[in-house]
Ligand binder design. Sequence first.
Ligand SMILES: *Cc1c(COP(=O)(O)O)cnc(C)c1O
Length: 371
Amino acid sequence: MTASFIPPKRILMGPGPSDVPQRILDAMARPTIGHLDPAFVDLMEQIKSMLRMAFQTENALTFPVSAPGSAGMEMCFVNLVEPGDKVIVCRNGVFGGRMLENVKRTRGVPVIVDDAWGAPVDPQKVRDAFKANPDAKILAFVHAETSTGAQSDAETLGRIAQEAGALTIMDCVTSLAGTPLYMDKWGIDAAYSGSQKCLSCTPGLSPVSFSERAIARIKARTTTVQSWFLDLNLVLGYWQSAGKRTYHHTAPINPMYGLHEALVILEEEGLENAWTRHRAMHEKLKAGLEGMGLRYVVEESARLPQLNSIYVPTGVDEAAIRARLLNEFNLEIGAGLGDMAGKIWRIGLMGYSAKQENVDACLKALKACLP
Ligand SMILES: *Cc1c(COP(=O)(O)O)cnc(C)c1O
């Protein structure tokens, strides 16, 4: 007989998932109810309202997609891009590359704006791309590039797109609740995030938000959305019309309890206080890492507090160190992705993981493992 699975106790300081507070796990263990039960409809309305607070938006169409962040990304592209549409895609790490892949698969025409891995998106290159492509309909960029730890200037990028009359798709999977984000003030039309990064919930849900302009674009489509599951025209009847909700799919009920609790916790702390805490913990971790002679990948002005990328010291077997951290200290940190594999470590300070105990545990463990 196979025994029940009991996971080891870990400290999660990688690029996500982050530590999940017991309160959220307890919420998820409550009895499952039906997804058309009026009590579940109430829960959904509260989640939507609290997500508007997290995104700093008034957008009516703000809800969690029943799938991970990658599905939120795909929902934005399959609904907003029609075959032949020109999309300016900023690529300064892995996730910008995935946006490009989405543009190609929706048969949009990508215009790529490349920046070095570890650098933020250069707004001047985006201005130039719009100048050379005045027919571009969408600008797509990653606010917080988790693969490198770089933060781009979303406010400036949003303004450039608006001036060019284009819509904006923003990846804020790692930025939501971790670093200042003002969807409406910045004029962002479509944004997607994830439950398991700075919201500290379990993985598997993707909060998204769409502006009125984005909805108008979707309603004016001349071709059907290629994905049945992610077609907003269909999903809308399920999430938007309280009272007369129609069956589309079965929402993951208990994970929704978890997301609700995560947002209640965020409300209790205060969004700005959460941003401040991430920054304060980053300062402490940075002081410790630099004290050990470790160097950051990203220049200070573009550094994400919740994702600390540092160079692996020369002559050190990075995978062996990570294995020791996990096996001897129960501490998970992230490896480099793509071009940065083997060269960097990524230390996350996301959500509930952004606390003094974790900073101390990480510095102590690294000190013990580094030569
Ligand atoms: C984690 C992440 C994603 C993907 O989210 P999943 O929940 O793993 O599908 C997308 N973009 C960024 C910037 C991320 O950090």
